[in-house]
Design a protein around this ligand. Sequence first.
Ligand SMILES: NC(=O)C1=CN([C@@H]2O[C@H](COP(=O)(O)OP(=O)(O)OC[C@H]3O[C@@H](n4cnc5c(N)ncnc54)[C@H](O)[C@@H]3O)[C@@H](O)[C@H]2O)C=CC1
Ligand SMILES: O=C(O)[C@@H]1CCC=N1
Length: 288
Amino acid sequence: MAAFDKSDNLATSGTAHDDQVKPVIAVLGAGKIGEALMSGLLHGGHTADELLFTERHPERSAELTDAYGIRSVEIEEAAERADVLVVAVKPQDIEPLLEKLRPLMTPGKLVVTLCAGLSTTLFENRLGDVPVVRVMPNTPMVVGEAMSAISAGAYATPDHMATVEKMLSCVGQVVELPESQLNAVTALSGSGPAYFFYLVEAMIDAGILLGLPRAIAEKLIIQSAVGSAKMLSDSDTHPVILREAVTSPAGTTINAIRELEKHGVRAALLAAIEAARDRAVELGKAHE
Ligand SMILES: NC(=O)C1=CN([C@@H]2O[C@H](COP(=O)(O)OP(=O)(O)OC[C@H]3O[C@@H](n4cnc5c(N)ncnc54)[C@H](O)[C@@H]3O)[C@@H](O)[C@H]2O)C=CC1
Ligand SMILES: O=C(O)[C@@H]1CCC=N1
């Protein structure tokens, strides 16, 4: 996963950005989202010695330690040293991890799960009456632009929620929602970056179809995506109004919109996001 410039990360390692004592955070499972979180936290002011990770593949551990200066540890050390244990393994890999974690849980630990579809109840059932906060982030956390939704488990207090909110605010925006909405969030913003990348990929292909060099097509589309995203985030103007401003009477854009409608792109998006939500539900049911 492309992240912040890695030498930049190393440069910040071990350097305190502010005087506040931060919790020690251990990421359990340092794959794509685990790396994105660690990279984002380093850039958000955490230091490498406030972070730990566990990873089952030694070569992956070495790669991350080289890149970020963060130590890879066994789960026993992670559970002992960290205040916050962030679970970032695939939902399919959750059971063996929780089995290992259960005897290591001591009072004062906070469990944060990033796993799609898995309920806080699952964690409480496997680990005991521990505070659990369920989070659905997304990969733009590597550039400090994540959208994360957080929900409290039965034993998570407002202080726990504040800790998690503070941690995630370093890497983007955070909203608190009822857990009943987290599978929808997963389908919308958790997977959302993939939909935008897919769209960009398809639009670049269209440039190739029209005979533009690939590098030029990429530049045109990526900058158009960046500019459009900035317009959406910088103003309160509804996307419909922004689109109408581009769509001139008897102009070019309306011809394109007619084709999008004809090919059912809006309906396809509704169905796609509903299917993603259904898969999140299914992932959760596998562990009931
Ligand atoms: N990739 C994404 O955009 C997002 C992923 N998520 C969630 O984050 C979780 C991780 O997803 P990815 O990072 O994409 O998967 P990934 O497969 O890239 O990373 C998972 C990592 O966990 C490691 N692992 C598995 N079991 C382990 C264990 N017992 N001990 C130590 N390490 C272990 C694997 O070796 C792997 O490196 C999933 O539950 C997913 O639903 C949530 C939001 C966005
Ligand atoms: O595709 C997945 O299952 C994960 C969850 C949200 C984004 N990626």
